[in-house]
Ligand binder design. Sequence first.
Ligand SMILES: *Cc1c(COP(=O)(O)O)cnc(C)c1O
Length: 386
Amino acid sequence: MTHAALTRLQDGLAALKAEHLERHRRLLDGAQGAHVTIDGQRVVSFCSNDYLGLAADPALVAAAHAALGQCGVGAGAAHLITGHHRFHHDFEAAFARFVGKPAALLFSTGYMANLAVLTALVGRHDEVFADKLNHASLVDAAQLSGACFTRYRHGDLAQLESQLANSPAQDKVIASDLVFSMDGDLAQVDALLDLGERFDAWLYLDDAHGFGVLNDGRGGLTERARASDRVIYLATLGKAAGVSGAAVAAHTGVIDWLIQKARPYIYTTAAPPLLAACLLESLRQIEAGDARRERLRSHIAQLRAGLAGLTLGSLMDSATPIQPLVIGANADAVRLSRELLQRGLLVPAIRTPTVPAGTARLRITLSAAHSVDDVAQLVEALHAVS
Ligand SMILES: *Cc1c(COP(=O)(O)O)cnc(C)c1O
């Protein structure tokens, strides 16, 4: 006989299935890229975050091979024991210089970096102010920190202002995605910084989708935000950078504090140093990546021009490689995604609860690795299925 708690899980799974909310993992063979083999089918993929096409780039693969001979596979220990390799250290310095901040710290994932920063920065006497559309990892981080957690409507800085004005908290953090991951729009960085200055709050910006792509690859910070001591910047390194991990860049005092206090930094084995060596090469490719970014920009323009006048849904107002096509109902988005797949085009349907009810969408992401023909195929298919 199954025990009661397991039965509840099985009932929960059955309920998800009944509501068409059950999630599946697709099986990838071979390397990530614009053309992939997924569940045995060769498709053009419009759903990876590999915006610059670096994930399988020969220069990064060569860097991995070279590093492997020098540092082996495993880091062997946490950073504060003996796991902090020169490759990690060199990457942190190169990253800080590139994004224009005094210091940086490398984490194994963006999720961990968000947990680390918010839990080290604030506690129960403090308050985190968060945009409603922030990434799940920022929500979890705020909750884990024990600080009061206050959310404002997406981009509604008047609401944020009144929340800040009414806050009795000791330390305050405004936490926001810089590029919103499901909508592709940008946070108002300088206006957020104005509020941070007026109410003496930290401004923590998660640029998972902007680093490598915006401002010559340096990410979505404005020059004022780069120069400000109160801005803490996060880039994840598994998206445009094509590898894995995340880096936090900030004032030296913040980075030193994280090294002392951030539990998701301290109590975990360092990422394999060979990944840091790949990241150093990735940073070189990003710095020299104008041609990739130009190709990406031109794909975005081609898609937006091609889908103007489409009746089946409407493209959100986005200038980033995240180009959501809002359909409406969950079932319609899922059906369209399936029809596109039959034509060899992989475009995921994003449903509630990931996005608000009635705004289910096809989340198209573009990459420099796509060809003009790939984008043309998608445009043509979207007109054909509507
Ligand atoms: C992907 C993502 C993360 C998590 O980064 P990982 O390195 O994948 O753990 C955090 N924030 C945002 C906005 C993201 O899109």
